[in-house]
Write a protein that binds this ligand. Structure first.
Ligand code: 6PG
Length: 240
């Protein structure tokens, strides 16, 4: 089920489009609540958005009023080339005026992925006041087999109903992961999927045919929100 999609002729236009719509969602959150919580995705696709934001939106977004989180992380040190935190730091967070106190990386220096997940959830519960983790804007990617964040097909994490963050296993290195769960993801006010490239066309077509709900074998098809779920696609990934 894809209720709302934006299709762009190419990756650069997709980047501009999602940057503009994200800036509006951020402005709306700050107007309503004085602050905004943004949950970043890892992988390769969002890098161009983060770089574009740093270049063209450095003075157009009130970065000091944003708290940054990660929807998932690899259980590697923060300076590891595979770290989602490192990618966001290099492409965005060291290039805009955001206080370090606003940046909440997954504590991958914890003794185990399970401990990192528990610690991260405690950070989130403190910031969200123990209530629901209503992230204002959450970016998600899509894997070719339908995973999103680090929620992979067949994973026990798909059935998690209480915890907001759990340890998870990926089918390929780096296998040990920490990921937000559907109790956290599906409370986000705005969920923007960023998907581009011919390799994603088949899985996008599959997700589109999937019924909404918790039964799909494709984790990305289980994502929904009381707010908006918008799929930002380039022509190469978009359905016919
Ligand atoms: C990660 C991401 C992951 C990613 C998808 C798509 O840690 O790798 O969170 O879920 O979004 O695998 O990755 P690409 O954007 O590189 O295709």
């Amino acid at each position: 089920m894809i209720r709302e999609a934006r299709v762009f002729a190419g990756a650069h236009l997709l980047t501009r489009g999602v940057a503009e719509e994200s800036a509006r969602a951020i402005a709306d959150a700050i107007a309503a609540r004085g602050r905004c919580s943004v949950c970043l995705s890892g992988g390769a696709t969002p890098k161009s958005l983060y770089e574009f934001w740093a270049r063209d939106y450095a003075s157009r977004i009130p970065w000091a009023q944003i708290d940054f989180f990660w929807g998932d992380e690899r259980y590697v040190p923060h300076d590891d080339p595979r770290s989602n935190y490192r990618m966001a730091r290099e492409t965005l967070l060291t290039r805009v005026e955001v206080p370090q106190a606003n940046i909440h990386p997954v504590p991958t220096n914890a003794a185990t992925p399970e401990a990192a997940a528990r610690e991260y959830e405690a950070v989130m519960r403190k910031i969200f006041g123990g209530g629901a983790p209503e992230l204002d804007l959450m970016f998600l990617g899509l894997g070719p087999e339908g995973h999103t964040a680090s929620l992979f097909p067949g994973s026990p994490a798909l059935g998690e109903k209480q915890s907001w963050v759990v340890a998870a296993e990926a089918p390929a290195e780096p296998r040990r992961r920490i990921t937000m769960t559907f109790p956290a993801i599906n409370r986000a006010r705005n969920i923007f999927f960023l998907v581009e490239g011919e390799k994603k066309r088949e899985i996008v077509r599959t997700i589109r045919r999937e019924p909404e709900g918790d039964s799909s074998p494709y984790p990305a098809a289980r994502v929904r929100s009381a707010g908006r779920v918008v799929w930002f696609l380039d022509q190469a990934a978009a359905f016919d």
